[in-house]
Design a protein around this ligand. Structure first.
Ligand SMILES: NC(=O)c1ccc[n+]([C@@H]2O[C@H](COP(=O)([O-])OP(=O)(O)OC[C@H]3O[C@@H](n4cnc5c(N)ncnc54)[C@H](O)[C@@H]3O)[C@@H](O)[C@H]2O)c1
Length: 435
């Protein structure tokens, strides 16, 4: 099939590369000239394990190409995926400007019967708006679909190639059969393609992210209570996660959720509910809890070791989660801001997100290429992101390098008793201070 994916960010690039990998001819189109030029040279704008190989192989074998000529890319397509950004508007609702711009281009330039797929996360009713914009100028029949994306950054290729399920909102038999054919290579192990109406597909994406965000905020609040009552949240997590009605995923407490999806999607869903005058009280609390949780690491540091003014604080991990360089809404940004505002010097390390962090933070903090260099002479270490390389560090070396043996572990990576035995003053999330 001839497929055009408009938007070559985290989602568009993965979707395009994976659809090319299964034999389709795919054009990735984007307005960002620099990004497209680099992609043509196989230089990726993002860090995503395995994606570089897919892009390189499929470009070399002429199944994948990149262009800024969106009109031409639309004209040659049987299926167009819209995968542009939907950032939060000032009031928290999803900003659909880019999506509707693309719809206009599709209407003006489609040259044959077309399936149009919204891949971006968009509020209920968006496919309908896209359809009416396309219809203003379309000269050929087109079929709207909503196909929300559930990939996780850091495991995006695996998630797309072997999804738990594929959700597709359709309105015609034609789009249903085109989409079933397109996705058939990805569901050979029997995972379902769930066809439904478009509004339900749009809603499913928000409900999924809202549920996952709820689990995280719920566990963060349970963790905070564990600290007060003398319980260990890690035990509680295992105790409830083994219940098949609950399951173990997304129950890890931490410094709050971040990234490009949960914060904006929770806000957008609350905003949609406001428009319909349906109160989503649980989600409003989820968001409030998360905002508060992002300040916990700073608060814990001050509680354990006093004011940070004039101190040098080492930060391990800047990305909002491991295996990605995505800094959007990362809790590390909240921590760094609080530290700087209180007069600390910050020296940070991240295995892949430092370029992105530099773009956001400039020279307000120092960056080092090796995690241990951050610790040398520091008054405390705060671990924010659970990268593998931070899981089993050389504690004796850390102890030696730190000026004062203070460790705040925002991901419960370390054994509290062992840390205390090694002479650290240590705190983590939901397990009580052990200083
Ligand atoms: N990142 C994720 O993990 C993830 C997962 C599922 C769904 N989503 C959703 O997918 C959508 C895209 O997210 P992303 O993280 O890939 O965003 P992104 O910011 O990484 O990429 C968006 C791309 O769209 C391009 N673009 C913007 N306007 C355009 C236009 N008019 N024409 C052509 N290109 C245009 C931008 O230049 C950019 O390259 C969002 O709605 C997001 O909520 C994201």
């Amino acid at each position: 099939m001839n497929i055009t994916v408009i938007g070559t960010g985290y989602v568009g690039l993965v979707v395009g590369a994976c659809l090319a990998e299964t034999g389709n001819t795919v054009i990735g189109a984007d307005v960002d000239t620099g990004k497209i030029e680099r992609l043509r040279e196989n230089i990726l704008p993002i860090y995503e394990p395995g994606l570089d190989e897919y892009v390189e192989r499929n470009q070399r074998q002429s199944r994948l190409s990149f262009t800024t000529d969106i009109a031409a890319a639309v004209a040659s397509a049987d299926v167009v995926f819209i995968a542009v950004g939907t950032p939060p508007d000032e009031d928290g609702s999803a900003d659909l400007r880019h999506v509707l711009d693309v719809a206009r281009t599709i209407g003006n330039h489609a040259s044959r019967e077309l399936v149009v797929v919204t891949k971006s996360t968009v509020p209920v009713g968006t496919a309908r708006k896209v359809a009416s914009v396309i219809a203003e100028s379309a000269r050929f029949p087109f079929h709207m679909c909503s196909n929300p994306e559930f990939l996780k950054e850091g495991a995006a290729i695996e998630d797309f190639m072997r999804p738990d399920r594929v959700v597709i909102g359709v309105e015609s038999d034609h789009s249903r059969s085109v989409m079933a054919e397109l996705y058939s290579p990805f569901v050979r192990t029997g995972k379902p393609i769930i066809f439904m109406d478009i509004a339900s597909a749009e809603m499913t994406k928000y409900a999924a992210n809202a549920m996952l965000a709820t689990r995280i905020s719920f566990m963060n609040e349970i963790a905070n209570l564990c600290e007060q009552v003398g319980a260990d949240v890690d035990n509680v997590r295992k105790g409830i996660g083994s219940d098949s009605r609950i399951g173990s995923a997304f129950l890890f407490p931490g410094p709050g959720y971040g990234g490009s999806c949960f914060p904006k999607d929770v806000k957008a869903l609350v905003r949609t509910a406001d428009d319909y005058r349906v109160p989503l009280r649980v989600l409003a609390a989820v968001e409030e809890t998360n905002e508060a949780q992002k300040h916990r690491l700073y608060q814990k540091l001050v509680a354990l070791d006093g004011p940070v003014k004039g101190k040098r604080i080492a930060v391990w991990g800047l990305a909002f989660k491991p295996n990605t360089d995505d800094m959007r809404e990362s809790p590390a940004l909240v921590l760094v801001d609080a530290l700087l505002e209180a007069g600390a010097d910050v020296i940070a390390h991240d295995p892949v997100a430092m370029d992105g962090a530099r773009r956001r933070l400039g020279d307000r903090i120092a960056f080092v290429e090796n995690g241990y260099d951050a610790i040398e002479g520091a008054d405390a270490l705060v671990v924010v992101t659970d990268w593998n390389e931070y899981r089993h560090p050389d504690f004796a070396r850390i102890r030696r390098l730190l000026r004062s043996p203070v460790v705040i572990d925002g991901r419960n990576l370390y054994d509290a008793r062992k840390m205390r035995a090694l002479g650290f003053r240590y705190d983590s999330i939901g397990r009580g201070a052990t200083s």
